[in-house]
Ligand binder design. Structure first.
Ligand SMILES: NC(=O)c1ccc[n+]([C@@H]2O[C@H](COP(=O)([O-])OP(=O)(O)OC[C@H]3O[C@@H](n4cnc5c(N)ncnc54)[C@H](O)[C@@H]3O)[C@@H](O)[C@H]2O)c1
Ligand SMILES: [Zn+2]
Length: 384
């Protein structure tokens, strides 16, 4: 048979910077990055898309961005800064995606220019997707402003929007060109959004690094009291473990196993069932609690480890039990969620459980009776 074979690989590399007050004129980090990333001879533009929640919480933000680029003019700022609603709604209506595309068209943003997104994970996902598809890919800079986006969603390679009422139905695997984690943004987070992203750090600790989980457990009070140095370390270490994971394990998810999805199968279902009233990170904490107690009841995880994990989640202020996560007959949403998760993976159910703190185990079957008991047990602990 006559045939040709095409084969090439492309290396992806992007820095994640940790800074404070990125748009303060004296802070040259962003401009330094743009300078070294932008060869001379071509005029480049940068267009900003900002999360409305961030804009409201930081009233000087627009003025600061404009003042910054007035002094640091390596690239030309498009003075028309786009503001979009924050939260899941920005991914759920095409309106905001179209608004970004309109601006790309109107301002002549080409493949040599940048789109910078400032916001929570939802805004970053939407803007990243718009940037990835416009002109087959415009350079995309992320400036995440929530704990979850700084330690998880904003540093990875995925983006997307919801479509046909389905989460992330449209999306691409396209890494940003750079990420700037600015601790200052975390100061204005609501308590829910401050706490929410901590569950992803608990998750990676439980799967990959017992010492990191134990550190979180020892620092519950400092985290609850919003100590910034403690949060900085949590974000830094979580981001590092995440990045190592992405680089080493199928970054574009061509296989069916999702080793970092501990606690996520029920979390996705719960977010959806509550119309995203329960935040991603909050749902992940509930999912971790459920899969931890299930791991215990199925004989994998010791009582001591189980108690420490549950105590840590409670100490951080997370709910560990939700009525929609209780098994109550075959029609329970959580049981159908399991079936949907199996379909989503393409046939074989693969769920990550725990054998110990820092050690996961993939299983392909879930015992509904034990799942029911796990829900009941968590409910008892929660109301105690
Ligand atoms: N791409 C990925 O790999 C990935 C991974 C996990 C989650 N996600 C997505 O991330 C999204 C959730 O992100 P999130 O938890 O960051 O929440 P979010 O983006 O929904 O933001 C929550 C709220 O906080 C506000 N906000 C953001 N920053 C603020 C600040 N500094 N001060 C005050 N308010 C602020 C927003 O306006 C919004 O109202 C979901 O859509 C989820 O699907 C993506
Ligand atoms: Zn997650």
């Amino acid at each position: 048979m006559k045939h040709l074979t095409q084969s090439f690989s492309i290396k992806f590399e992007y820095p994640i910077y940790f800074t404070s007050a990125i748009f303060k004129k004296e802070n040259t980090l962003l401009n330094d990055y743009l300078q070294q990333a932008s060869p001379t001879g071509i005029t480049r533009k940068i267009m900003f898309v900002v999360d409305e929640g961030v804009a409201n919480a930081t009233p000087n933000l627009m003025a600061d961005i404009k003042a910054y680029f007035a002094v640091h003019n390596t690239v030309n700022l498009i003075p028309d800064i786009i503001i979009v609603t924050g939260g899941e709604v920005v991914k759920s209506s095409e309106k905001y995606f179209n608004k970004v595309l309109d601006a790309v068209n109107k301002h002549g943003i080409d493949r040599h220019s940048y789109i910078a997104a400032v916001g929570g994970g939802a805004v970053l996902d939407m803007v990243g997707y718009a940037a990835a598809v416009a002109h087959r890919g415009i350079k995309h800079i992320r400036i995440p402003t929530t704990v979850l986006s700084q330690n998880d969603s904003g540093i990875g390679v995925k983006n997307g929007i919801n479509y046909f009422s389905k989460k992330n139905f449209l999306g691409t695997f396209v890494p940003p060109v750079a990420v700037f984690n600015d601790e200052k943004f975390l100061e204005t987070l609501s308590i829910r959004d401050w706490r929410s992203g901590i569950s992803e750090a608990v998750k990676v600790g439980l799967l990959k690094d017992a010492a990191f989980f134990n550190w979180i457990s020892d620092n519950v009070v400092a985290l609850v009291e919003r100590d910034m140095a403690t949060m900085n370390y949590l974000i830094w270490r979580c981001a590092q473990l995440h990045m190592q994971h992405i680089a080493g394990n199928d970054p574009f998810e061509s296989g069916s196993s999702r080793p970092l999805d501990f606690g996520h199968w029920s979390a996705h279902k719960l977010e959806y069932l509550t119309n995203f009233e329960v935040r991603h990170g909050e749902a992940v904490a509930l999912g971790i609690a459920l899969d931890t107690v299930y791991s215990n009841l199925s004989g994998r995880l010791s009582n001591e480890d189980t108690e420490l994990i549950v105590k840590t989640l409670l100490g951080l202020g997370f709910a560990i039990s939700h009525p929609l996560l209780q098994v109550d007959g075959g029609e329970s949403p959580i049981v159908s969620g399991l079936g949907e998760f199996r379909e989503h993976l393409g046939g074989q159910l693969t769920i990550m459980l725990l054998k110990g703190i820092g050690e996961g185990e993939e299983v392909h079957e879930i015992d509904i009776e034990l799942l029911k008991q796990a829900g009941e047990k968590l409910n008892e602990i929660q109301v105690r």
